[in-house]
Ligand binder design. Structure first.
Ligand code: B1M
Length: 208
C-alpha cells in the first residue's frame, strides 16, 4: 500500500492517533500536499456513502472527521502561501444549525494562504453573529459562509441577507456541498465556489 493509500484508509477507519505520522510519512515520501488532501476528501465521501447506506452511524462519521482534521493540521504549514500582503479581513463561519467544519476549515486555510486575515466564527453561527463580527473587526472586506446540509440552506440565505441588510456593499461568498451557483445568486451572494481552492480564487476576484 502506498503512503497516500495508507492515509486514505486511516481516515476511513477513523484512526486519529496514527494519521499525523502517516501524513508526514507521505510528505516525506514525496507525495504532494494537495494529493494527500484530495485523498482525505475522497475518504470522507466514502464515509458519507457508508452512512447513507446505513453501514456506519454518526459516531463513526465523527471519528473519521477527527482523523481528517488531524491530517489537515500536518498539511497546513506546507500549504500556507506568502501572506505578507494582506487583502483585508474575512469573516467566515458555518451557518446556524450546521455542525460540519472540515470543508469550512479548508476554505479558511486556503483564504489565509491567499492573503486574507481570517476570523473564524466556527460552526452553528447565527446570521446576526456575522454582522456583529463585521462591526467588531477592522478592515472587513469579505464574509464567507459555508452550508453543508440541504436543511441549512435557508440559514445560508438568512446569513447572506442579514449581512447585506446591515452592510449592502459587503462582499459575500458562499459554498458547501448542496449549494449551487444558481442558489448562491438567488440568495444574493456575490460569489460561489465549489471547493476551497476555487474559493480562494473567487474571494480574491471579489475584493480586487
Ligand atoms: Co454529516 N452529513 N451529518 N456529519 N457528514 C453529510 C454532509 C451527508 C452528505 C452524509 C450522507 O448522508 N451521505 C449528510 C447530508 C445530507 C444532505 O444534507 N442532503 C449528512 C447528515 C445527514 C448529517 C446529520 C443530519 C446526521 C444525523 O445526525 N442523522 C448530522 C447533522 C449535524 C448538524 O450539522 N446539525 C451530521 C453530522 C455529522 C458529524 C458531526 C458526525 C460529522 C461532521 C464533523 C465535522 O465536520 N467536524 C459529519 C460528517 C463527517 C459528514 C461527511 C461524512 C463528511 C463531511 C466532510 O467533512 N466532507 C458528509 C458526507 C460527504 O461529505 N460526502 C456528511 C469533506 C469536506 C472537505 O467536504 O464539507 O463538502 P465539504 O467541503 C467542501 C465543499 O463543500 C467546499 O469546499 C470543501 C472542499 O474543498 N466548501 C466551500 C465548503 N464550504 C465552502 C465555502 C465556500 C466555498 C466552498 O465559500 C465560502
Amino acid at each position: 500500500m502506498s503512503k497516500i493509500e495508507e492515509v486514505k484508509a486511516l481516515v476511513e477507519a477513523g484512526k486519529s492517533k496514527k494519521i499525523a505520522a502517516a501524513v508526514q510519512e507521505a510528505l516525506d515520501a514525496g507525495d504532494k500536499a494537495q494529493d494527500i488532501l484530495d485523498a482525505m476528501v475522497a475518504s470522507m465521501s466514502v464515509v458519507g456513502d457508508k452512512f447513507s447506506a446505513g453501514e456506519i452511524f454518526v459516531p463513526e462519521m465523527l471519528i473519521a472527521a477527527k482523523s481528517m482534521s488531524k491530517g489537515v493540521e500536518v498539511l497546513k504549514p506546507v500549504m500556507a502561501g506568502d501572506t505578507s500582503n494582506s487583502l483585508g479581513t474575512c469573516i467566515m463561519g458555518t451557518v446556524a444549525g450546521d455542525l460540519h467544519d472540515i470543508g469550512k476549515n479548508l476554505v479558511v486555510m486556503m483564504l489565509e494562504s491567499a492573503g486574507f486575515d481570517m476570523i473564524d466564527l466556527g460552526v452553528d453561527v447565527p446570521a446576526e453573529k456575522f454582522v456583529e463580527a463585521i462591526k467588531e473587526n477592522k478592515n472587513v472586506v469579505l464574509v464567507a459562509c459555508s452550508g453543508l446540509l440541504t436543511t441549512t440552506m435557508p440559514a445560508l440565505k438568512e446569513a447572506v441577507q442579514t449581512v447585506k441588510a446591515a452592510f449592502p456593499d459587503m462582499k459575500v461568498i458562499v459554498g458547501g456541498a448542496p449549494v449551487t451557483p444558481e442558489y448562491a445568486a438567488e440568495i444574493g451572494a456575490d460569489g460561489y465556489a465549489p471547493d476551497a481552492g476555487s474559493a480562494a480564487v473567487k474571494a480574491k476576484e471579489l475584493v480586487a
